[in-house]
Ligand binder design. Structure first.
Ligand code: BES
Ligand code: ZN
Length: 984
């Protein structure tokens, strides 16, 4: 049996066995239950004692009480047979009940059960809630938890005097992830009740809810129990009203081994020893939280250590594997955290709301980081940094992720959006202000100038597809965990951040922060919606007499309620300015109707040779602005690309701008130099301008030394490369790119000495150095390839002492592994397995995908199915890296088709990784044959589905069609242009 088939079988068997085994484990957990769970009935609802309904009866059959004293059935993964109408069929919680407080005690077992081999946790919980509207049902979220019966039911219910409230039946609804209690008499309005439960769950390695992470230290395997609740997995740790507006306080208690540490959102208030079956355990209790949402809870049991600082009375700790802490990998994070907390307290004008701030790096973590209130969790690469072995990019990643998560401690945690449909405001806001917070910690890096490259340009391409979507979703459209997870996309993050940056700019920053401040104060410890923020921004506008042509809401609605963005075209011959919905596919028509007919309220900043001014194009197609007329001087629009739109000009003005670049490029701000390139290439793709005009924007690059324009070029040309690197045109493209990049390559090569082990001082200049070298190498500049391979070889021969500069490691590894064979790959793999530094492991893992040998790449793909080889958190990314290699593309595509069911089961529910997988593997698709394959793939897997990658699949289909047309229309003309532009 192949490894894959074997692992599938194991997964299936475990699924079947799990339910029964958990029941057995309940029996063993003497602290919580003396009852023997002999009952192995299938899923809820419980069939009646007397008459077991036939399947056809179930729709009308009411679930009734189990015989008292007997534990209940466990939830299974099978769909529930309950079709009986009732509020449990609604995916949203009823509004009758409102939680007040929870007392949760959890006991994760960090060793597998000796018989079942499963890792589990047990727990008990008391939730106090108020009845707002009388009801016969208690409906609360619960997923994959197995309950111990109490008084014959899944839970015990008491009124505020401590008297039992009679439950007539109780059952689980796996479909909507509910635990349901049916009562003999309705709960009373305004009365409070408590519900008590005991349960067991699996501490699986699935990166969701209460889960297990593993690592080895000194050859010994260590297990960590940790949590990831957002968006809908708190219900997998204990029964709770798991919606963001259902705020409550939490008293968390954790039972653990004395040698382990327990951490949670709040400081410890009590610790005591308890003895169970002669074994001594530790019971750690945490202080009551502030009123907060379930998705922000966290609790962790581990053998980590920490380093600590006190900043303005707030205890700050960074936790990690002991080895990582001893090696100094947590030092950078502790040095910047205090500054960043101070920055945000000052920015929001609201003190940090909690007594402590813990941040912890976990060996297995699905996202990059999670803003749990007072206990932020990270993947190791987002928090840990080694000054010698990590690159400046790794350092920036730590600064910006820390800033992002700390920004949420106020915006998101203190004030939380009512429902997930407004997620974009939470994530978009943090994605914008992370640049401000990180800039405060690292003022010399000029991070604010990098926003455009990392966020705006990235999302512009996504948002120019008809399969994009508006920032705002209607509340009723976002219901299932899949729909919620799908919202964590680049629209929410990068478009959200971009439109808020634009807002802050046209309000001016002092006004924007005043609006933020009053919004936070008005809604603290509670919830808000996007419109509430606009109300507060409007108040700030009015207080400060800011002159706006429309209200904040009127302006912002055009950016948030309709998808896409406009291209603004200026005709300098008459000052006429028009706006048009920008779609990358020249033949596409807007898919869905827009409430504003795809017209926006656009703040247009512009500059000739004088100062910057602003005009507004207000929801109309065009207008004449006489100031923008120009006969001889260039006019530049969208200064520093603060506006969320592209810009086009009449050809004469384009040529004036290109002339300026050729003669004195400093006259055009550096971000606008990048903008000109990015806009021109995309306008050409959409057939607004000639592709030769777009290519002309790269001619001046022989004199360009700055990072942003080069980065814009690389991303623009990466599209050409993706489309052309398997075609005959590629040879000429390669010659032209090398001709342009070699001056830059030589500049850095001379600057940094013979082994690329010196770097320029500027942060962005360091990026540009890496870009120059990797661009030259990737277009096969022989001296570059030879040098990279020699450096790698020197390292292979002396792995303990030879040092490659951290910034250049990724490039050197990739080039050498691509040029090399099995020896280079196997050495890279060995170093990957041995390193204790996550950033180093990631560099190697990426580079291992650069091999040009089919069999090596296929073997590597297989490794992604085995968590002992490639961690689950890295599996989809590794497949994407292989697909981005021209040799690996078709192998990766074959691989995901062959293993779709497994991949979907493991990763289909996740947030980022799954859509990125689909995007990554299909990025090169540009032939009819590939389109047919993709359509077939969609048809073949209708049944299994595409989960959080549903939209990504639609986007892939749309993109493939656009690519096919693009190649047909452009290949020849591009080739001509390259031939004309190559100097002999
Ligand atoms: N809240 C998110 C983490 C998250 C993402 C939870 C998806 C559940 C589903 C967190 O604030 C976040 O945005 N993390 C980013 C890092 C950030 C710097 C963009 C991430 O995980 O990549
Ligand atoms: Zn976030």
């Amino acid at each position: 049996m192949s490894g894959i088939a074997m692992s599938k079988l194991v997964v299936a068997l475990l699924g079947v066995l799990f339910v029964g085994m958990l029941s057995a484990i309940i029996a063993l957990s003497v602290v919580y239950s003396n009852e023997v769970n002999a009952n192995k009935e299938p899923a809820a609802p419980a069939p009646t004692e007397k008459t077991t309904p036939k399947p056809s009866d179930i729709t009308t059959e009411k679930p009734t009480a189990r015989p008292s004293g007997k534990p209940t059935a466990s939830p299974s993964e099978k769909p529930t047979p309950t079709m009986r109408p009732g509020p449990w069929n609604n995916i949203r919680l009823p509004k009758n009940l409102e939680p007040i407080s929870y007392k949760v005690k959890l006991w994760p077992k960090l060793e597998p059960d000796p018989i079942t081999k499963l890792y589990t946790f047990s727990g008990d919980s008391t939730v106090e809630f108020r009845c707002l509207v009388p009801t016969d049902f208690v409906i609360i979220h619960s997923n994959k938890l197995n309950y111990t019966a109490k008084g014959g039911h899944l839970a015990l219910l008491k009124d505020s005097s401590g008297n039992d409230v009679e439950v007539s039946s109780s059952w689980l609804e796996p479909k909507n992830q509910y635990l349901v209690l049916e009562l003999t008499a309705p709960l009373q309005k305004d009365a409070t009740y408590t519900m008590v439960t005991e349960f067991v769950g699996e501490l699986a390695d699935d990166l969701a809810g209460f889960y297990r992470s593993e690592y080895t230290e000194g050859g010994v395997r260590k297990v960590v129990a940790t949590t990831q609740m957002q968006p809908t997995d708190a219900r997998k740790a204990f029964p709770c009203f798991d919606e963001p507006a259902m705020k409550a306080t939490f008293d968390v208690t954790i039972i653990h081994k004395p040698e382990h540490k327990a951490i949670s959102n709040m400081p410890i208030i009590d610790e005591k020893s308890i003895t169970v079956d002669t074994i001594i355990w530790r019971e750690t209790t945490f202080n009551t939280t502030l009123k907060m949402s379930t998705y922000l809870l966290a609790f962790i049991v581990c053998e980590f250590t920490y380093i600590e600082k006190i900043e303005n009375g707030t205890q700050i700790r960074i936790w990690a594997r002991p080895q990582a802490v001893y090696d100094g990998q947590a030092d950078y994070a502790i040095n910047i955290t205090g500054n960043i907390l101070n920055f945000f307290a000052d920015y929001y004008k609201v003190a940090y709301p909690l007594p402590k701030s813990d941040q912890i790096a976990l060996p297995d973590f699905a996202a990059g980081a999670m803003e749990n209130w007072g206990l932020v969790t990270y993947r190791e690469t987002a928090l840990l940094y080694d000054p010698v072995q990590s690159s400046n990019g790794n350092k920036e990643r730590v600064a910006s992720v820390v800033a992002h998560e700390l920004a949420h401690q106020w915006f998101g945690n203190l004030v939380t959006l009512k429902w997930w449909n407004d997620l974009w405001l939470n994530e978009g806001f943090a994605s914008y202000v992370e640049y401000l917070g990180a800039d405060y910690a690292e003022p010399t890096w000029e991070l604010k100038d990098l926003f455009v490259m990392s966020e705006l340009h990235r999302v512009f391409s996504m948002d120019s597809l008809v399969s994009s979507h508006p920032l705002s979703s209607a509340e009723e459209d976002i219901n299932t965990p899949g729909e919620i997870n799908e919202l964590f996309d680049s629209i929410s993050y990068s478009k959200g951040g971009s439109v808020l940056r634009m807002l802050s700019s046209f309000l001016t920053e002092p006004v924007f922060v005043e609006g933020l401040n009053t919004y936070l104060l008005a809604h603290q410890l509670s919830n808000a919606a996007v419109d509430d923020l606009w109300v507060h921004q409007q108040q700030a506008v009015d207080n400060n007499n800011v002159n706006l042509p429309k209200t904040v809401k009127e302006i912002m609605d055009t950016w948030t309620l309709q998808m896409g963005y406009p291209v603004i075209k200026l005709d300098t011959s008459n000052g006429n300015v028009t706006q048009k919905y920008f779609l990358i596919d020249p033949e596409a028509v807007a898919g869905r109707p827009s409430p504003f007919n795809y017209l926006w309220n656009v703040p247009i900043t512009w500059k000739k040779d004088g100062p910057i001014s602003t005009v507004w194009l207000l929801g109309v197609k065009d207008a004449i602005f006489p100031d923008l007329q120009s006969a001889d001087k260039w006019v530049l629009l969208n200064i520093d690309e603060v506006g969320y739109y592209r810009v086009n000009y009449d050809v004469a003005n384009w040529n004036r701008l290109l002339n300026q670049l050729q003669t004195d490029l400093e006259m055009i701000p550096v971000i606008n130099r990048a903008q000109i390139i990015d806009d021109a290439f995309n306008l050409a793709r959409a057939k607004h301008i000639d592709v030769k005009l777009a290519l002309n924007t790269t001619l001046y690059l022989v004199n360009e030394r700055k990072y942003q324009p080069w980065q814009a070029t690389i991303s623009s040309l990466s599209y050409f490369k993706q489309m052309l690197d398997r075609s005959a045109v590629f040879g000429n493209m390669q010659k032209y790119i090398l001709q342009q990049v070699i001056p830059l390559y030589n500049y850095y090569d001379n600057l940094v000495g013979s082994n690329w082990n010196d770097v320029p001082p500027g942060h962005a200049d360091q990026y540009n150095q890496v870009n120059a070298i990797s661009l030259a190498c990737s277009y096969n500049h022989l001296p570059c390839e030879v040098k990279a391979s020699a450096i790698y070889k020197a390292w292979m021969e002396n792995p303990d002492n030879y040092i490659i500069h951290a910034n250049l490691k990724s490039t050197v590894y990739c080039v050498a592994i691509a040029a090399g064979g099995q020896a280079e790959w196997d050495f890279g793999w060995k170093m990957f397995k041995e390193t204790s530094l996550a950033t180093e492991a990631d560099k190697l893992r990426d580079a291992l995908a650069c091999s040009k040998q089919t069999w090596i790449l296929n073997r590597y793909l297989e490794y992604t199915l085995d968590p002992a080889m490639i961690r689950k958190q890295d599996a989809t990314n590794t497949i994407v890296r292989i697909a981005s290699n021209v040799v690996g593309q078709s192998l990766a595509w074959d691989f995901i088709r062959a293993n779709w069911e497994y991949i979907f089961t493991e990763y289909g529910g996740g947030s980022f990784s799954f859509s990125r997988l689909i995007e990554g593997v299909t990025g090169r698709f540009s032939t009819d044959y590939e389109l047919k394959q993709l359509e077939q793939f969609k048809a073949d897997n209708q049944e299994v589905g595409f989960g959080s990658g549903t939209r990504a699949l639609e986007q892939a289909l749309e993109r493939t069609k656009v690519n096919i047309k693009w190649r047909a229309d452009n290949e020849k003309r591009i080739d001509e242009w390259f031939i004309d532009s190559i100097r002999p």
